[in-house]
Design a protein around this ligand. Sequence first.
Ligand code: ATP
Length: 363
Amino acid sequence: MTVITLDNVTKSYGAFQAVTRFDLETRDGEFVVLVGPSGCGKTTTMRMIAGLEEASTGSIRFDGDDVTLDDPKERDVAMVFQNYGLYPHLTVHENMAFCLRVKKWDKARINARIDEVAGALGLSGLLKRKPGELSGGQRQRVALGRAIVRKPRVFLMDEPLSNLDAKLRIAMRGEITRLCRRLKVTTFYVTHDQLEAMTMGERIVVMNNGHVHQIASPQEIYDAPADLFVAGFIGSPPMNILDARAAPDGASVEIEGISLPADPGLRAGLVRHGGEVVKLGLRPEHLSLGDNGLSGEVENIELLGAQVLIQVRVGTALIAAQFDRVPGLALGQEVTLSHLPGTMHAFDPGTEKSLTAGMHGQA
Ligand code: ATP
């Protein structure tokens, strides 16, 4: 169990900043997910924590000790990658034993440890096989097992599930989080998949272009995205972002000529932008058919089993809404979309920050 602190960490390659002023202090044994689009700096951050890249400025501490300049070996971190990194000529047992032999553990201790971890991961019957004789999911479990046998201070997992099929990914997500919770090892987990981040993370770090946009629990990120980037990135289908003119008293907004009452929580922020156009966010799952709201023609219908996802043309905007299936809903039909009270989001059109920032304790 280790508290990891990243203090104003920046990584530059020449004039290019891959990671800019990253600040975070984990809790003991916390599962932290780094999420963001390709190239946003997730892997670079992990590599700096591992000691494979040196931070250009700032410091990294493990339980208060500065490790910024320490070698990877001195940091006692275990990494798991998407390509597993197993030795193909060694059996599962030998792969898992490798680093314990390097540490000069005796044979009985190694075997006892491997039996324990293999049991937890459902690998007991596969210890004599080589990686080539295993499925992708089994190989991934061996890679995890090899990291776990060491009982490291920190796990670093970089897209470990991306080679697996969808069903196995879902099963492995649960397995990994359960295991890490039980072992209480502080874990950093990298993914570009927002759903994976939401389901696995105790806290999520949302990154883009090397910058941290928000660090919060999945629920906070969903309920109170700090800015327009987080609002659009987290949630599926993505949040509708609409241009809306704020009334001078902040009590209403006008979208495509339609006036909607503003959620009370937004009013103070909207008053600051009274008469201006702001970015208004409405999640599709918070919209449903109603009597008052945004009216327009249904342009697209997708059946999602028990639910339906529709797109409605309201002036120049195409608004997505997702709700329980309604019999008889047809293309071309005129409908009105109402939003669930308290689910409206608004963002400053210039800074793109949430107008409720601060009220939720966010930067
Ligand atoms: P992905 O999801 O595609 O793996 P990522 O978020 O992990 O992306 P990084 O690998 O951290 O992104 O890369 C961040 C940025 O830094 C990218 O623009 C990348 O091209 C750049 N970068 C990474 N390593 C180097 C390097 N050694 N020299 C120059 N630029 C680099």
